[in-house]
Design a protein. Structure first.
Length: 152
């Protein structure tokens, strides 16, 4: 298995597990990086960018990250709450007034944080340019009505 990049020997087990993603877990292509105090100790990539296995994964292959940003968002929210700058019991509309349209004025921050706001997705399938437009996505969520009773 060809794995490109760099892996400090202290993290050889990380590289071994990464390799197993391809040899035992059916992965097609991936990358992984780890820094400690700003220094890369692992920066590896392998496999392919396509299911046909025709285009090799490159160091700069661009991919989406789906839900991996949730953890960082939640950590930031917890820090804000700890500093008294965010109240999980407050209504989202207290922070984002436009959100109150569509009968959402009583949805609390905690509902967004726990995926119980009754807004599981966008109002329709978006084009790629729409999906990459922050304001367009926010406007869509703000204009929606809950799909069911929030908090349930």
């Amino acid at each position: 298995m060809r794995i490109d990049g760099f892996c400090d020997e202290r993290f050889a087990r990380v590289r071994d597990e990464f390799e197993k993603n391809f040899t035992k877990r059916g992965d097609i292509g991936a990358c992984f990086a780890l820094t400690i105090e700003g220094e890369y100790v692992v920066d590896i990539w392998a496999g392919h960018q396509d299911a046909a296995l025709e285009k090799r994964w490159q160091e700069d292959t661009i991919i989406n990250v789906f839900s991996s940003t949730k953890t960082m968002s939640f950590l930031c929210a917890l820090v804000l709450a700890d500093r008294g700058l965010l109240d999980f019991e407050a209504c989202v509309a207290d922070y984002w007034p436009k959100f109150s349209t569509g009968n959402k004025g009583e949805i609390k921050v905690k509902h967004l944080m726990s995926h119980s706001s009754a807004l599981p997705g966008f109002s329709r399938t978006f084009t790629t340019p729409e999906l990459c437009n922050w304001h367009f996505c926010c406007d869509d969520l703000a204009s929606q009505s809950p799909w069911w009773e929030p908090g349930t």
